[in-house]
Ligand binder design. Sequence first.
Ligand SMILES: Cc1ncc(C[n+]2csc(CCO)c2C)c(N)n1
Length: 246
Amino acid sequence: MPSEFDGSFTDFLESAPGGRFTDWLAACAEPYWSDACSHPFTVAIGDGTMPEEAYARYLIEDYTFVTDLASTLGYLVAKAPGMPAKSRLSGFLALLTSEENDYFLRSFEALGVEPQVYETAAQGPVTRAFSQLLLKSSGQGSYAEGLACLLCAEWCYLTWGQREAGKPRPDAFYLAEWIDLHAMPGFEAFVTWIRAEMDRIGPTLPEPEQARVAGLFRQMSKLEVAFFEATWTGKVPGPEDDLLRT
Ligand SMILES: Cc1ncc(C[n+]2csc(CCO)c2C)c(N)n1
């Protein structure tokens, strides 16, 4: 768990010579970053204590989130500076819209969620805030800003996925597969690539842009926590909730 930090990247390098830009992002996002990666919902995916009702609620929201994430990737493919980055991002987009889509459909069927429900589900306030942040930062912001949002979402899932993969798999296929999907070498390689891309670009940015990127990563981490919290408890946060403030 990184310790909390609220200085610039230059300050960070003074305390951690040779430190990575992405480690600075995670440190600036504490305590939300660690809370997101270790949320009780993520532990329950792996230890066989997940209530069906909570998981169905999660998948319905996540399906709408992943749909908006696919649009975000479209923007990032357009903004990526060269062919190697466009290729990585579009490969991931292809995965999201094929195998992963199939996972959702099979899981909805097993959980008794009708197509009419998941195809027309209105986003709750947390997912709406998430989607707005992703689509705005990748559509209107810079490549680095969009990449920071993607990094947070994917790195968080790799972190809990690898931790839960160390336990025996739960019986329900939709839980076992969700762990495997986020612990497999191909996914790890993708997150390693996003980190390397951010570590390459981040240090070249002017300081105000570095601060914007860190602010986005922190806001994304907050929303990951709020997302797990809403699906885990079934409670919908109101507009007064700090987690929804952008
Ligand atoms: C709220 C929320 N945040 C992040 C992810 C992570 N994620 C989105 S698409 C994808 C690719 C492979 O599953 C991953 C890891 C999620 N699903 N839901």
